[in-house]
Every structure is written in structure tokens, then in C-alpha cells.
Ligand binder design. Structure first.
Ligand code: SAM
Ligand code: SF4
Length: 325
């Protein structure tokens, strides 16, 4: 089993976008009440007293849209400053990055992953439900100028929608030190749409990029879920997150904490998530909470993508925006 050393922390379940692959179409989404969301103090306590002592020292802030949460810059500063924290990164739709990139960098953040599903403002609006391409692009430019490195762009590939843009998106890596990651569309968040649209497997994308630019074979730099390649001579890299066509459970090093304090051992496992907020608010001490998390970590190896196919991991009540991706 891989060591688990990485926690994705969802700061908020709300989002200002409505990405077709992430949220259900046409359904009203019920958001958490503020009181149900773990406060920054609670999060810092959990990180400092529960996760770090268990060897989890790498953290990604996600959501919903994490930059919508008030006080996020101060939280980043506090998290980066906790003794023992090895790495802090952020996943964002970049809508607020133009305003916040500089402050986030000054607070100690160095790594951002940005969702950018299209280079065409019209296609972008169709996918995200928002006509915000120009603002997102401006946010990416500011993040680049401020010096975020690595700067990663995440693209969920949707058949017939943005699939044809894959070579153009890959070409962003030619003269910029950006890392473009293509993600296979998964049936979490909007299963109705998934069943209708289907997904494109990463090997098909690699073929297209290879035909157009070449792709250095065997240059696999990944230490996370992505298989990472490089177009010959490019500054950046292209990666593929292939959770539909591959099983990378053996390299999985992460668990996920939702904004309401539910910790899940695996993206695909909702049945075995545990509630940390209730015991925390009932006065459980750090040792007791560590015990709960340790038990969850022990259960993790039994849960994988194949279990999902066998239907043994239960159904999902949560969308990707609620889980944090
Ligand atoms: N709002 C931020 C963003 O868009 O980056 C952070 C949260 S978002 C849920 C985190 C990641 O999940 C994004 O990269 C998004 O593309 C990915 N994601 C959401 N739904 C997905 C799905 N059904 N299949 C694959 N990836 C998905
Ligand atoms: Fe919001 Fe990110 Fe989900 Fe898009 S992928 S709806 S930006 S949480």
C-alpha cells in the first residue's frame, strides 16, 4: 500500500460556476449552512493535531470554489506556517484569481491547479454555464506573472464538446512552463450527463497529440495520479488522469475532507466516509480523532476503482463540487 500523506480539504461546497460534468443539470443544489462548515480554527486544529501527526503533511485546498470562502488568504498563511506542513496547493476555477493571486502568493502559496476546459469563450460558457472565459484567462495570466510554479491547467475532456481542442490545449505547454492535465470524465456529479455524453480515454488523446506534435515516449514524470509526458522541445508537460481507463489505486496517496467535516478514504467510496465534525464539536480530544482517522486509513487499501464496478462501495449522494474533486 502507498503511504497516505496528502489531504484534499474542501473549504466550501458552493460554486459560482455550474460545470456540466460536476453538478447535476437543472436540479436545485442545497448548500451547507455556514454553521455546518468546519471553521478555519477547526481545520487548523485537525491539520496540526490530527493529520500532521499521522504523517499527512501535503494539503490541497479545493471546493466548490475555494476562493469564494471569505478569509481564504489568511487561512492559507496560517496553514503554510504550521510547523510540519510540507506543501499547500489550491484548485480553483480562477474567477477570483485576478484579484487574489498576489495576496495568495504573498501568503506562501506556490502551486495552483486551474480548471480551463476550453480556449473558446463560447465553448467555455457552454461547459461552465458562465460567460467568464476572459476573466478566467486574465486570472491565469496574473497567476503566471506572480510566479506560481507549477501552474497546472485541468481539462475534463467531453466528447464532441472540447475534445477537438486537445491539441491546442496541449500546445499551451510549448512555450510556457505550464502543465496541462487532461482528465477523463467520471460519473460523479452529473451521472445523467455522463451516461448521455460518455468519455474519451487518455490513450486516444495521446494519439492525437502525438500525431500533431510528437510526444516523448516513456517520459513519465508522475508522482500523483497523472501520467506525465512532454511534447519534444516544450517547456511544460502534458498529463493524463485516467481513472476510467486505468486503475491507479496502488499509487493513491490521498484522502478527502469535505467542508462539513466528512472524511472519505477514496473518491469512489462514500459508504466508508467518517464524520469528524460531530466528535470534534462534542469535545473529542486529538488522540481520539487520530484514532478515528487511523482506522479509516487502515480501511483504505480494501477500497478501489474495481470495487466500484462490483457495486460494493455504495452510491453517491455527493457531487464533485461537494467532494472537492
Ligand atoms: N472549483 C475548483 C475547480 O474547478 O478547479 C475546485 C473544485 S473541482 C470539483 C476540482 C476538480 O474536479 C476540477 O479539476 C474538475 O475539473 C474536476 N471534476 C469535477 N467533476 C468531474 C467529473 N465528473 N469528472 C472528472 N473530473 C471532475
Ligand atoms: Fe465549480 Fe469547479 Fe465544479 Fe466547475 S468543476 S462547478 S468550477 S466546483
Amino acid at each position: 500500500m502507498n503511504t497516505v500523506n496528502y489531504l484534499r480539504i474542501s473549504l466550501v461546497d458552493r460554486c459560482n460556476f455550474r460545470c456540466s460534468y460536476c453538478m447535476p443539470t437543472g436540479e436545485a443544489i442545497t448548500y451547507l449552512h455556514r454553521s455546518e462548515i468546519l471553521s478555519y480554527e477547526e481545520l487548523l486544529f485537525l491539520v496540526g493535531e490530527v493529520f500532521l501527526p499521522l504523517g499527512i503533511d501535503r494539503f490541497r485546498l479545493t471546493g466548490g470554489e475555494p476562493l469564494l470562502r471569505r478569509g481564504v488568504v489568511g487561512f492559507v498563511r496560517a496553514l503554510v506556517g504550521l510547523p510540519g506542513v510540507a506543501d499547500v496547493s489550491l484548485s480553483t476555477n480562477a474567477y477570483l484569481l485576478e484579484e487574489l493571486a498576489e495576496d495568495l502568493y504573498a501568503a506562501g502559496l506556490r502551486r495552483v491547479n486551474i480548471s480551463l476546459d476550453s480556449l473558446d469563450p463560447g465553448v467555455f460558457a457552454r461547459i461552465t454555464g458562465r460567460d467568464h472565459w476572459h476573466k478566467v484567462w486574465a486570472g491565469i495570466q496574473v497567476a503566471h506573472r506572480v510566479g506560481f510554479d507549477p501552474l497546472k491547467l485541468n481539462i475534463v475532456v467531453l466528447p464532441g464538446i472540447n475534445e477537438q481542442e486537445v491539441p491546442a490545449l496541449a500546445a499551451l505547454t510549448l512555450d510556457r512552463l505550464w502543465h496541462v492535465r487532461f482528465i477523463e470524465f467520471m460519473p460523479i456529479g452529473n451521472t445523467g450527463y455522463f451516461e448521455q455524453a460518455g468519455w474519451v480515454d487518455s490513450e486516444a488523446l495521446r494519439r492525437r497529440i502525438r500525431e500533431r506534435f510528437g510526444l516523448a515516449e516513456g517520459t513519465c514524470y508522475g508522482n500523483g495520479p497523472a501520467d506525465v509526458f512532454q511534447i519534444p522541445g516544450a517547456k511544460g508537460t502534458v498529463g493524463f488522469i485516467s481513472q476510467m481507463s486505468e486503475c491507479f489505486c496502488s499509487r493513491c496517496n490521498r484522502v478527502r475532507l469535505a467542508a462539513d467535516g466528512f472524511l472519505r478514504p477514496c473518491l469512489l467510496n462514500e459508504a466508508d466516509q467518517i464524520d469528524l465534525k460531530t466528535p470534534l464539536r462534542a469535545g473529542a480530544g486529538a488522540a481520539q480523532l487520530r484514532e478515528l482517522v487511523s482506522e479509516l486509513l487502515l480501511r483504505k487499501p480494501e477500497i478501489n476503482f474495481r470495487e466500484r464496478d462490483r457495486g460494493t462501495t455504495g452510491s453517491y449522494g455527493r457531487t464533485m463540487s461537494q467532494i472537492g474533486g
